[in-house]
Design a binder for this molecule. Structure first.
Ligand SMILES: Cc1cc2nc3c(=O)[nH]c(=O)nc-3n(C[C@H](O)[C@H](O)[C@H](O)COP(=O)(O)OP(=O)(O)OC[C@H]3O[C@@H](n4cnc5c(N)ncnc54)[C@H](O)[C@@H]3O)c2cc1C
Length: 356
């Protein structure tokens, strides 16, 4: 390994990368954060319509039950080590004032996602954590003597460890374009095909299209129906669109469909104005999804450390992995918790202590 190597290079300045850098700073792990866009946290700014539902105040066991298998077993060590309460405490410790909704969802008190991004920025500035922006990483090379070379367009960074936190593949304008999945593939790791989770559903049903503009926040449900039987039923917002339906209840159904890939399915909506059956529902494209289902295979990564199997010093966190949760703060929670676990594993390997 190069004598001038940084201890940790974090690739991607989104939710997972920013949280990882904050934990690294607290644990005394020397790191550099590398972001392809001009600014960090672009996707976080979009979350919950710009309000950022950053976690849900639930014990890990409840959260794992809501996430469901096959993801829950994989993320259990991360969520147990960094549960929602620890995430909220870490953000408050960074100076964020928070607001708890009746159902446990946590938001910044200001209602502005930008405040969450700013507190991370402040934390990194105080800790003098180097941040490279406008810096798309184009490849990762494993060095024969140990350690990694992170290749950028005109130069490279030597690092003992690399954390890939490049996100999923939705809303590519925010910078998450699938680079981390490409790096993993190039290094021989398995990738699960990426598809839209938490997304609206298109339909040709005229009765549904005619209701465009109606929105039900209370008492509405959506259900995935297989062979005439309701398979999963999700409560929450349902909104009728000119092209079909959206809203949290619909999104949670599409996540289930993306994960379990039933051969044929229908969507049943119950609202205050009646019951609607969508016979040939079509999920909207991946680029519009709130979360990507698929990514770096869970089998390729050790869930106790987020380290890639067979590639010492390489770690993954967040949506680049084949992990996802329902709406309600679960996906940011997963990004934060997996990032924290990876940095703790790196700190633990060399006995890194807390900074005074
Ligand atoms: C509209 C919308 C609303 C959402 N609302 C919520 C919500 O309220 N609550 C919730 O929990 N979740 C929500 N989510 C999901 C949540 O935002 C994501 O799951 C989360 O941001 C994933 O974090 P991440 O760090 O893995 O990826 P991202 O936040 O996508 O960050 C990845 C970063 O890596 C950078 N990057 C990519 N490739 C490279 C490269 N080659 N070199 C350098 N940098 C690179 C990107 O530019 C980006 O900044 C929402 C998502 C969307 C789209």
């Amino acid at each position: 390994m190069n004598a001038g190597a940084v201890e940790l290079a974090i690739v991607g300045g989104g939710a997972a990368g920013l949280f990882a850098a904050a934990v690294a700073r607290d644990r005394g792990v020397g790191c550099v954060l590398i972001e392809r866009k001009a600014r960090v946290g672009s996707k976080m700014l979009m979350t919950a319509n710009g309000r950022c539902n950053f976690t849900k105040d639930l014990p890990p066991e409840r959260m794992l039950a809501d996430i469901g298998e096959p993801v829950a077993s994989f993320v259990r060590p991360a969520l147990e080590a960094c549960p929602p309460a620890a995430i909220a405490a870490a953000l408050r410790d960074c100076g964020l004032r928070t607001r708890r909704m009746e159902d446990g969802r946590l938001f910044p008190a200001s209602g502005k996602a930008a405040d969450v991004v700013h507190v991370f920025g402040d934390r990194l500035r105080e800790g003098a954590v180097p941040l490279l922006t406008n810096a798309p990483v184009c490849g990762l090379r494993r060095e024969s003597g140990g350690g990694w070379t992170v290749q950028l367009q005109d130069f490279s960074v030597s690092a003992a460890n690399v954390l890939v936190a490049t996100g999923g593949m939705s809303f590519p304008k925010t910078g998450s374009v699938g680079d981390g999945q490409t790096f993993a593939r190039q290094l021989g790791l398995a990738i699960e095909p990426c598809r839209a989770g938490l997304v609206g559903v298109e339909t040709d049903e005229r009765t549904v299209q005619r209701l465009a503009g109606r929105r039900y926040e209370e008492g509405a449900t959506a259900a995935v129906v297989l062979d005439g039987h309701g398979r999963v039923r999700c409560a929450g917002e349902v909104e009728f669109e000119p092209w079909g339906v959206s809203g949290a209840a619909v999104y949670d159904c599409t996540r289930w469909v993306a994960r379990h890939r039933p051969h044929a399915w229908e969507l049943r909506l119950e609202t205050a104005d009646g019951v609607f059956m969508l016979r040939h529902p079509r999920p909207r494209p991946l680029k519009e999804a709130i979360v990507t289902v698929g990514g770096v295979s869970r089998d390729a990564v050790d869930p106790r450390t987020m380290g890639a199997r067979g590639l010492p010093g390489l770690y993954f966190a967040g949506e680049v992995l084949d992990i996802d949760g329902p709406t309600g703060g679960y996906n940011l929670t997963l990004a934060f918790a997996t990032a924290s676990l990876a940095v703790e594993a790196i700190a633990g390997r060399r006995g890194g202590g807390r900074r005074a």
